[in-house]
Design a protein around this ligand. Structure first.
Ligand SMILES: *Cc1c(COP(=O)(O)O)cnc(C)c1O
Length: 361
């Protein structure tokens, strides 16, 4: 059986280090906002070549707090891709703003910069590009549009730790880069965790205030805040994983290479462009008979996933919030299939998947 993901096997190489670090954490008697969070923030900012990082409780919170910190007028519009994971859209709605969906490019699966300007109105305040599957968006073009219309950029980099366009890392193009460290992400904790990076001290301070009940000094509350602190023990685990992030990304890239070289042309493979350094949080193919392909692979002991089965505009929860149709997003959701590409998979595993897939008809 070739599993799609297995968090025990993914983390097994780090068990010894995790156990040592947990013992230190336990003995330290300091469980919230301590040395580990501070050290992780410094190390992750440095990894991203950003000036500041603020550790938070989740990726969803990261996007929400970033948007919240601008104090936009209620119901202001935020541009977001129509095929994103629901969290990007929920964050916008949860802080009282209005999501305006823009279709992705069918080749890159990322927001299509050519379609953004048609959706900008006098109410638009920000663009929320999502670097889906581990591929950076066309940020050069998105930045041009944002400048021209004076819009803020908050990047959803939850799937793209270490991905780049022209050697510039995701999360560093906009005012904020939002990350999730959910266990399955390329940089994953052993529970929920998230963070924001930015280049501005005041912005970093405003996020630190928001994450801690709107308080800079204990029991003095300046703004309406949240409880969204990165757990001290998760920060300690993340510091260990971060040292191996490039290795994890490179392993996933080498597995992707096997798919690119081996899979026959009946499968639509991800776009490749030398400008973009992809980290393959997900390796997807598209196929008109996706459901049969998934069942066929299951019969042959290969587990796959669908990211995502339902387009956001067709989700029950979005009734009355999104009223348009998005044919490109729907086409992707109808045909996409995510193949095994975890850190624990071997090249032999992937060669086997390729071999089985190429016999599908
Ligand atoms: C995982 C994910 C999030 C949310 O992260 P959590 O840590 O689960 O809150 C947001 N956006 C995208 C694109 C994601 O993949």
């Amino acid at each position: 059986m070739i599993e799609y993901e297995n968090l025990r096997r993914l983390n097994a190489p780090f068990f010894e280090e995790y156990k040592n670090t947990f013992n230190h954490f336990l003995e330290s008697g300091w469980f919230v906002l301590g040395k580990q969070v501070k050290a992780f923030e410094e190390e992750f900012a440095s990894y991203c070549k950003a000036d500041y990082c603020v550790g938070l409780a989740s990726g969803l919170d990261a996007i929400e707090l970033a948007l919240k910190s601008f104090n936009f007028k209620p119901n202001s519009e935020v541009i977001v891709p129509s095929n994103t994971y629901i969290a990007s859209i929920l964050a916008i709605v949860n802080v009282g703003l209005k999501p305006v969906l823009v279709e992705p490019n069918i080749k890159t699966y990322n927001i299509d910069p050519k379609l953004i300007e048609a959706k900008i109105t006098s109410e638009t305040v920000a663009i929320l590009p999502v670097h889906l599957y581990g591929k950076c968006c066309e940020m050069d073009r998105i930045i041009e549009i944002a400048k021209k219309h004076q819009l803020k950029i908050v990047e959803d980099a939850a799937q793209a730790h270490g991905a780049m366009q022209n050697n510039k890392l995701t999360g560093t193009f906009g005012e904020f880069g939002a990350f999730s460290f959910y266990p399955t992400k390329n940089l994953g904790a052993l529970g929920d965790a998230g963070g924001l990076i930015c280049q501005d001290e005041e912005k970093a301070e405003s996020i630190k205030t928001l994450r801690n009940y709107g308080s800079k000094i204990k029991y003095y509350n300046e703004v309406l805040g949240y409880n969204s602190r990165l757990d001290e023990v998760q920060a300690a685990f993340l510091r260990i994983k971060l040292k191996h992030l490039d290795q994890i990304n490179n392993h996933k890239r080498s597995l992707a290479e096997i798919y690119f070289n081996g899979l026959s042309d009946q499968f639509i493979k991800p776009d490749r462009d030398p400008e973009f350094h992809d980290v393959f949080h997900i390796y997807n193919v598209r196929h008109p008979k996706r459901d049969q392909l998934k069942a066929y692979l299951e019969e042959h002991q290969v587990k796959t996933e669908v990211h995502y089965p339902v387009a956001p505009n067709n989700q029950k929860a979005m009734k009355g919030i999104i009223n348009e149709r998005f044919p490109i997003a729907e086409e992707i959701h109808r045909t996409t299939l995510s193949l095994p590409i975890s850190y624990f998979h071997s090249e032999e595993d992937i060669l086997q998947v390729v071999d089985i897939m190429n016999r599908f008809n």
